[in-house]
Write a protein that binds this ligand. Structure first.
Ligand code: ADP
Ligand code: MG
Length: 240
């Protein structure tokens, strides 16, 4: 099966010469729930920036469901929904309008746009806030608003950049449940995080990125097993 995402030897040097990505390669299977884990400054948001063409790559190939982003970016973009790390909507716009306007970018007819906006705002517990200006929402609500907005064109791949950073534990769990549900319904999900427990709670496969390089790419289960073994070895050494 064609992978949902394939990245080959991706590198990015910013204008100041800083090499944020040093030739990373990754493959995410269709249907997967995939974590890109790494500390601040590792290159997670740069990678996502390349996927949504906010960041121009220096070298490498990126394909989404077999569509090379250099060949046909509009077609690739239709397959992806992005929830960025920063709130990037107009804070003075109303919640419902933000989601409906996004649908407009994908050429969805007004009736369908409105229907989908209602569906996702309801599922994310924001329907009551539909006529509220976005700046009135809490941080967790703003994050959920961006999830609704990312889903309005029903992408096959949803990418979330640190969706639960700064979100309280209760809200984090309800967001996790929602993401699990849409993954079970067939949407491939990639999220970046710096919480290993988030990857453990949600994801099947994981890549660890540090200083612009992938240092580990495996299943969450085998990573955890290995970490347990290493902790065990350290404990044993302590006892000697
Ligand atoms: P992460 O999302 O993993 O925290 P980023 O991808 O945001 O990391 O950043 C990776 C590195 O690239 C960091 O060291 C950051 O300071 C640097 N960086 C990000 N954007 C720019 C930019 N526009 N110009 C120069 N350096 C940048
Ligand atoms: Mg980031």
């Amino acid at each position: 099966m064609i992978p949902a995402l394939s990245i080959e030897n991706l590198s990015k040097s910013y204008d100041n010469g800083f090499e944020a990505l040093k030739g990373i390669s990754l493959e995410v299977k269709q249907g997967d729930f995939f974590a890109l884990l790494g500390p601040n400054g590792a290159g997670k948001s740069t990678t996502i920036g390349v996927l949504c063409s906010l960041v121009a790559k220096t070298a490498g190939k990126v394909a989404v469901f077999g569509i090379d982003i250099d060949d046909d970016f509009p077609a690739a973009k239709k397959c992806i929904g992005i929830v960025p790390q920063e709130f990037n909507f107009n804070h003075f716009e109303k919640v419902l309008d933000i989601v409906i306007n996004q649908a407009g970018f994908y050429g969805l007819p007004a009736g369908i746009a409105r229907q989908r906006a209602e569906k996702y705002l309801r599922e994310l517990g924001l329907w009551d806030k539909r006529d509220v200006s976005a700046r009135m929402l809490s941080g967790g609500m703003k994050r959920r608003l961006m999830i609704a907005r990312a889903l309005v064109h029903e992408p096959k791949l949803l990418i979330l950049d640190e969706p639960t950073a700064g979100v309280d534990i209760e809200m984090r769990r309800s967001m996790w449940d929602f993401l699990k549900k849409i993954n079970a319904a067939g949407t491939t999900i990639i999220l970046t995080t710096h919480y290993l427990e988030e990857a453990e709670a949600l994801c099947r496969n994981i890549a660890i990125i540090n200083h612009g390089k992938i240092v580990e790419n495996t299943s969450v289960r085998s990573l955890l097993k290995r970490l347990q073994r290493e902790v065990f070895i350290f404990d044993t050494i302590d006892e000697l």
